[in-house]
Ligand binder design. Sequence first.
Ligand SMILES: Cc1cc2nc3c(=O)[nH]c(=O)nc-3n(C[C@H](O)[C@H](O)[C@H](O)COP(=O)(O)O)c2cc1C
Length: 437
Amino acid sequence: MSGEALHFNAFVWPNGYHESAWRVVPDEVRGVLGLPYYADIATTAERGLMDAVFLADNLAIAEYRVTHLPQTQFDPVAVLSALAGLTSRIGLIGTGSTTYSPPWELARRFATLDHLSAGRAGWNVVTTVTPLAAAAFGASSHPAPEERYRRADEFVRVVQRVWDSWADDAVVGDRERGVWAERAALRDPAFHGEFFDVAGIQPFPRSPQGRPVLVQAGQSGPGVALAARHAEVVFSGPPSLTAAVEFRSNLRAQAVAAGRDPGQLLVLPALMITLGSTEAEARGRAERLEELASPEFRWQNALYTAGLDPDGFDPDRPLLSQLDPDAPPPSSRAEKLIAEAHRRPQASLSEIAQQVSGGAGQMHFVGTPEQLADLAIEWQDAGAADGFTVMGSTLPYELRTFVDEVVPILQQRGRYREAYTGTTLREHLGLARPSDV
Ligand SMILES: Cc1cc2nc3c(=O)[nH]c(=O)nc-3n(C[C@H](O)[C@H](O)[C@H](O)COP(=O)(O)O)c2cc1C
C-alpha cells in the first residue's frame, strides 16, 4: 500500500439516505420490509470488501415521519443476526441505546451476535436523542444530555464487565472429568455505580472478539468525551474538511489523555454520496432528489433530529418565539438550531430549517467515482479521516456503484484492501482483541 488502507462502513437505510430516495428508486415500495433488501445491501458491501454494514436505531418515531419516509426501524440486532447467516466476512454494526435498555440485556444481545457471526459484531453506542422514547418505555421523562452521557459512560463499563465475565479459556470440555467449563474462570460483573447495580455472569462464554467493537457518533462535549474514553470507531459527520481535521485531532488528543493508543480509534465520518458517470449526471440525480423534497418535512426533521417535538411548532412563526428559554437544549444539534434562532430572531422556523442541514448533519458528496476516490484520499492525507461511513443517497444504486467503481480506483492507488485478510471485524479494522483480564 502506498498509504494506509482506507476503511468503509455501509450505512443501511430504506431505499437510501436522502428523504426522497423512496420516490425515485424503481423497487417495490414494500421491499424495504423484507430480508432480501438487507441481504442485497450486505452481500454487495461484502463483495466490495467493506468493513461493516451499519444499522441505526431510532426508538419511537414521530408520527409525521410516516408521511414522508419509509419506516423500517426493526430491531437492528435481529436484522444483523439474519445477515450473519447470509454473509461470512462483513462486520455487523448495530445501534443500541444506553438510556432505554438495561446494560446486562444489551451486552447479552450483542455478544450473541458476536458468537453467531464468528466475531463480526459492533455496537453503536447512542444515548437516544428523541424525547418520544420516554413514553414508549414508560419513563416519566427523557433525561437531559448531561445525565444521558453520565449514564452512558457507566453503562459501557457495565457492558464490558458482562462481556468479560468468562475468561477466554473457561470452556475446557473435559468429558472425562465431567467439566464443561471451569467455574474458577468466571468473574461476576459485580458492578455498583450511580445508575446501575448489576450482578450475574453472561449466560454463555466470552465471544470471539472478546468484546464487540464499540462505535459512537457524539458531537457535543460529553459525546466526544465518551468516544475518547471508549469508542474504537467514530462516525460523526463534520460539515467540512477543516472541521473534520479539527474533530479528529481533538478526539485523538482526548483519547491519549485518557491513556489510550489513538491508533486504536478510527474516525469514519458519515458521508452521503450521490454518484454519476459524469459530474453532470450526478448533479442531475441529486437535483431530482432535492426537487422532490418536501419543505414541510425539512422543518419537522430539523426539529426531530435535534430532539424537539415538531408537533408543538408552527413553521410560519419565528422559531425564537416558540422556544422555551428555560429548557436545556436536548442535543448538540438543538444548540445549533437555537443559536441560529438567536442570530435571526425574526426568521420563521421554516426559513431557519432551510439553513441547517437535515439528517445526521453529514456532508453530501455529488460527483463521479473518480472524484469520490480523490476526496477519500485527500481526507485521509489531511488527517481528517481513516475512511468513511458511506450513506448512499439512494440504495442499492449508490452502494453498487461505490463497490463496482470507487473500490477498484482506490485499490489501484494502493489505498484499499485487495481481499479480506482477517475474519473478524476487529481484524478488518486493525483493532486489538481486548484481553480477558
Ligand atoms: C450518521 C449518524 C447516525 C446516527 N444514528 C443514530 C441512531 O441510529 N440512533 C440514535 O439514537 N442516534 C443516532 N445518531 C446520533 C448520535 O448518537 C448523537 O446523538 C448525535 O451525533 C449528536 O451528538 P450529541 O449526542 O453528542 O449531541 C447518529 C448520528 C450520526 C452522525
